[in-house]
Write a protein that binds this ligand. Structure first.
Ligand code: 5BU
Length: 337
């Protein structure tokens, strides 16, 4: 797998960031140093580290020719305002740029079990989505070779690949689970993790990416969308504390079905991290088996940066029209917040 060349522009004052034990670092884009989050296996600590001047600004990063919906792309700093300037993780900027190119804040939850169907779905809705969320372990007859087709089609459409693995083990085991038969570390840009087992899980995930010379971002589950979940306010607060202390944590999962919960999460998180929200559907009916839904516009207005939409798109009679509708609703909401 090709090593990631993604970088972020951050003030040089935060390059030698403290380790997670020492507390939070929230870089901004005001100066032109370039850094990436890095796990140092020998020292067992994580930092942001400087790697030069900004290729992002010079356009030195390979630009993928995106198939875009009609309309002019907006500059991401204009579209995202403080979020663009405050988020430090390089992949957050990649996501915000793609969202502007596509005029869509939709991450497709591609919950289909055949690679052929998955590739066909992404190929068709690709111009209207900004990210691809997978559950690799629901793939029938999985082989890493076949999975390469999913990776290729995601890349073709400029999509970050987000494996919703919801890791929950100790750091060492989680590091191993990033490899194994699915080899998540070699193709996923983002993964979800529970915070239940403590902060070392994040370093375990980062160590796995480091071992294949890639960087990635972790979304910690601060809230969930399912009825009766046990992620209560105190747990959410501790999760944010954990995330704030790690350069690998790009952001949090929030409950997309409840704008009040999203607003409250945003207030606590501040501007420096992403909030991505599942539990979103244009029809407000309850989903299967305890899933709850809210409207995409309300989620974005309340402070979400990406709506994660599954059945609203892949179960629709016309997935392309549905993806377009979700994209338009979310973009309009971003423009008016
Ligand atoms: P849906 O079909 O839009 O309901 O799919 C939602 C997706 O988001 C599905 O892949 C879930 O695994 C994922 N999800 C969720 O629904 N709620 C959560 O709290 C988390 C993930 Br975390």
């Amino acid at each position: 797998m090709v090593p990631s060349s993604v970088v972020a522009v951050v003030p040089s004052s935060v390059v030698a960031a403290p380790s997670s034990e020492e507390g939070a670092v929230v870089p901004s884009l005001e100066e032109e140093g370039v850094c990436r989050p890095r796990y140092h296996p020998m020292e067992g600590r994580s930092t942001f580290e400087e790697i030069g001047r900004s290729p992002l600004r010079r356009g030195a990063i390979d630009k993928i020719e995106l198939l875009k919906p009609e309309g002019e792309a907006m500059r991401p700093d204009e579209a995202w305002g403080l979020r663009w300037h405050s988020c430090a993780h390089p992949l957050s900027h990649r996501y915000m740029e793609v969202a502007c190119d596509k005029r869509s804040l939709v991450v497709l939850a591609a919950d289909v079990s055949r690679v052929d169907d998955l590739v066909e779905l992404v190929e068709s809705v690709g111009p209207h989505i900004a990210g691809l969320k997978t559950h690799v372990d629901m793939t029938e007859g999985f082989t890493i070779g076949e999975w390469g087709r999913v990776v290729d089609v995601a890349k073709k459409h400029g999509l970050l690949i987000f494996e919703d693995r919801k890791f929950a083990d100790i750091g060492r085991v989680t590091e191993t689970q990033m490899g194994g038969m699915y080899d998540i570390r070699s193709w996923a840009d983002l993964v979800t993790s529970h915070s239940i087992s403590g902060p070392d899980i994040v370093d375990g995930i980062a160590a796995a990416w480091d071992s294949v010379q890639r960087i990635g971002g972790v979304l910690l589950l601060a809230q969930m969308s399912s009825r009766g979940n046990l992620l209560e306010v105190g747990y959410t607060d501790s999760t944010i504390e954990m995330g704030t202390a790690s350069p690998h944590v790009i952001g949090y999962i929030g409950n997309g079905s409840n704008p009040d919960e999203i607003s409250s999460l945003r207030e606590k998180v501040g501007e420096g991290r992403m909030i991505w929200t599942p539990g979103v559907n244009l029809s407000a009916e309850e989903g299967a088996l305890g899933q709850r839904y809210g409207h995409p516009s309300n989620a974005i207005l309340a402070g979400s940066d990406a709506v994660i939409v599954g059945s609203g798109i892949h179960k629709s009679e016309d997935p392309v029209a549905a993806a377009k509708a979700y994209g338009e609703a979310t973009w309009a909401a971003l423009m008016s917040r």
